[in-house]
Structure formats: structure tokens, C-alpha cells
Write a protein that binds this ligand. Structure first.
Ligand SMILES: Cc1ncc(COP(=O)(O)O)c(C=O)c1O
Length: 384
């Protein structure tokens, strides 16, 4: 496919002018609620209340409520959120933790950070989340926990994972960095397992203006311990029950997140609407995300699949459409995990996903005209 000269193309009677469409548009999101965000930031500055305090507490309460969970503990980012969840449940040295081969390295880094060993498992062909059938084959006497990662805004099959975890007496943790308010069979992250972690990285469905993260749980003791672990093991200002970390959430980020949380359900609904339009328009052209009554997806990403991915990516770039690949190299093939001894071919589904997936623009402010342009470009590439 030679695309270079095609800057304006025709479909039916309509001419499409070249547009520039980012993968995510954080500026458009900010502009949609600018006065409220600006006021929240100004209040923190006026009060000079930068660390912990009311803003963090208020966001924690509101996010826990939105997540249908009892507690939320605000932390510095989504990576330490996973690390603290593992630590508070007692995962550590000589333990093995099962995680999907298709995820961001933060999941596995957290396992290593607590001194445990990553055991990768292949993913399902359609959901691209951890394959519960293969989880069982990876369990050894050293296995202590399973981390279910809910990628792209679509939850892993928590029902099956919970059943396996129970049967083998394993801990189950949900890495919901990409799945704010998503559901599997009516249950949100944390509701099935009792504990889930979130990233509020700026591009996430609920994103801060910098780094932030959170852990939701239902157990009072675990919540209390997590609250201390993220803040130097403090009982009071200079009384420390144990050595821990400074993994606190910034008050400024909490205030921003609290404003944005009010809009999260509406924004997720917009993402679902866009995804539905993409599903309809791209049917038969490329592979599209699975649609299943069990999932209420929040489409952090909308991943299409094609064996011509690299050429399509290049073509879309020329036409002004920014895309991403989440993720181009599965964890077992990362140089960082050479020491674990995995080889190419060990997890064929994850490897195939890595070769085929392409994340196309999706964000609440993406107009129908922009969506149509993205689709027209994809169809143009395939001469459809
Ligand atoms: C699945 C997953 N887990 C954990 C993280 C880590 O979050 P953070 O970047 O906030 O540390 C991310 C971030 O993208 C993620 O996608």
C-alpha cells in the first residue's frame, strides 16, 4: 500500500480532509472542566495543605464509594500500589506470583520489588487477559498469589480466577490500573478478590496531573496497615510502628482526582459509545475487542488486530492518526527477565497479540467526525 501522496481521499461523495488526532487528548479533557480544576488547585495552594489531610481523605472516601468498596488508600502511583498490596498480604522472599505475560512491566516489577519471583502465564486469544486454564498449570508449591490484570479497560475472568485461588489456597490481587469502574458479571475491581490497585497516571480513565495511585480493599485491618505503610509506618507524626515507605498521594493530585471522579462514569459511557461505533464500522475490516454480556468495559484502550499492523501504523501516522502498541514485547521476552529463562514460543498467544495489536484513538472528547476519520483511514489502508 502506497499512502504517501494521499492527503485527502474520497469515499462516496464525501471528501475527507487530513486531520491530526492524538491517541489521547489530555488538553481537551482539562478544558472540558477547567474552572473546577483550577479552583481545586487554587484551594490547595491557598491552604498550603500539600501533604495528606482532607483532600486525600475526601478523594479516598469518594473513590471507595464509586468502586463499591469499603476503603481506598491513596498512594504515589500505580506501581507502588501493586507493591503495597503484595506486601500487606505477606507476599515476599521465595514466593512465586503468577501474572500474565501481556501486561505493563509495573505489574512484574512490583513482584520483584517484594522479593518474590514472577511466573508468567499466557493470555486468552479474545480478551488478551490472563488465561485461567493455564494458571492452574503454572501453580507450584511455592505459588503464593495470582495477580489478575484488567487490561485495556476489560476485566479478567474473576469468577474462574477466584475459584482457582480458593481451591489452591492462593491470594488473588487485581491490578486495575486500566479498569476504573469496569465490571465483570456486575462486580467492579476488588469486589471479587477483596483488593485491587489503580494507577491515576494522567492518560488513565481517571488521571491526575502527575503520578498517583490507589488501593481499594474491604478489610479494616488491611486498610489500616496500608495507610501506615504508605506513610513511614506512622502511628502519629514521630511515632512509627514499623519501617515503611513514603508512598503518599499528593494532596494536589487528590483534589484534581476528586473533581474528575464526578465525571468518570459519564466519560466511561462516552468511551463505550465510541467503542460501539468503532465496533460497527470496523467489523470485518480488522479484529475488534470482544463484546460479551459478562463485561462492562471502560475502554482505556481500543485495540484493533491485524497481521499488517506495522504497515497500518505507519499509514495512520502519515494520515495524522496517532496510535500505540500495548505492548510490543511480552514480559517473558523482555531483556529485564532474561534471568527467568523463558524463550520465544513459550506464550504463543501473548506473542501473537504483541505482533497484531494496535491501539487507536479513544477518549471521551473524541468527536464523531474524528472517529469517522480514523475509520476511513483504516478502511482506505485495506482498500475497503
Ligand atoms: C497494568 C498496569 N499496572 C500498573 C501500572 C503502573 O501505574 P503507574 O504508572 O501509575 O505507576 C500501569 C501503568 O500504566 C499499568 O498499565
Amino acid at each position: 500500500m502506497k499512502s504517501s501522496q494521499k492527503k485527502v481521499f474520497k469515499k462516496g461523495a464525501v471528501l475527507f480532509k487530513k486531520m491530526n488526532i492524538p491517541l489521547v487528548d489530555l488538553k481537551a479533557n482539562y478544558n472540558s472542566i477547567k474552572p473546577e480544576i483550577d479552583a481545586a488547585i487554587q484551594t490547595i495552594i491557598d491552604n498550603s495543605s500539600f501533604i495528606m489531610g482532607k483532600p486525600v481523605k475526601q478523594f479516598e472516601e469518594n473513590f471507595a464509594k464509586a468502586s463499591s468498596m469499603k476503603h481506598c488508600i491513596g498512594v504515589a502511583n500505580g506501581t507502588v500500589a501493586v507493591e503495597l498490596a503484595l506486601r500487606v498480604l505477606g507476599v515476599g522472599k521465595n514466593d512465586e506470583v503468577i501474572i500474565p505475560a501481556n501486561t505493563f512491566i509495573a505489574t512484574s516489577e512490583s513482584v520483584t520489588a517484594v522479593g518474590a519471583r514472577c511466573v508468567f502465564v499466557d493470555v486468552e486469544e479474545d480478551s488478551m487477559n490472563i488465561d485461567s486454564e493455564k494458571v492452574e498449570q503454572a501453580i507450584t508449591p511455592k505459588t503464593k498469589a495470582i495477580i489478575a490484570v484488567h487490561l485495556y479497560g476489560r476485566m479478567a475472568n474473576m469468577e474462574k480466577l477466584q475459584e482457582i485461588a480458593k481451591r489452591h489456597d492462593l491470594l488473588l490481587i487485581e491490578d486495575a490500573a486500566q479498569a476504573h469502574l469496569a465490571e465483570f458479571k456486575g462486580k467492579k475491581p476488588g469486589q471479587q478478590s477483596g483488593i485491587a490497585t489503580f494507577s491515576f497516571f494522567p492518560a488513565k480513565n481517571l488521571g491526575a496531573f502527575g503520578d498517583a495511585g490507589g488501593i481499594v480493599c474491604n478489610d479494616d485491618e488491611i486498610a489500616k496497615k496500608l495507610g501506615m505503610m504508605r506513610n513511614h509506618g506512622r502511628l502519629s507524626k514521630y511515632e512509627h510502628e514499623f519501617e515503611a515507605f513514603n508512598y503518599r498521594m499528593d494532596a494536589l493530585q487528590a483534589a484534581i482526582l476528586d473533581v474528575k471522579l464526578e465525571y468518570l462514569e459519564k466519560w466511561n459511557e462516552s468511551r463505550r459509545k465510541i467503542a460501539k461505533r468503532y465496533d460497527e464500522m470496523l467489523k470485518g475490516v480488522v479484529g475488534t475487542p470482544p463484546v460479551n454480556a459478562d463485561y462492562k468495559q471502560v475502554y482505556y484502550m481500543y485495540e484493533i488486530r491485524t497481521d499488517k499492523r506495522d504497515d497500518l501504523l505507519e499509514f495512520l501516522k502519515e494520515e495524522g492518526v496517532s496510535c500505540g502498541i500495548h505492548y510490543p514485547l511480552p514480559l517473558h521476552l523482555q531483556p529485564a527477565y532474561k534471568y527467568l529463562g523463558y524463550n520465544k514460543g513459550d506464550f504463543p498467544v501473548a506473542e501473537k497479540c504483541a505482533d497484531e495489536i494496535l491501539s487507536i484513538p479513544i477518549y471521551p472528547e473524541l468527536s464523531e467526525e474524528q472517529q469517522d476519520y480514523v475509520v476511513k483511514c483504516i478502511k482506505e489502508f485495506f482498500n475497503d
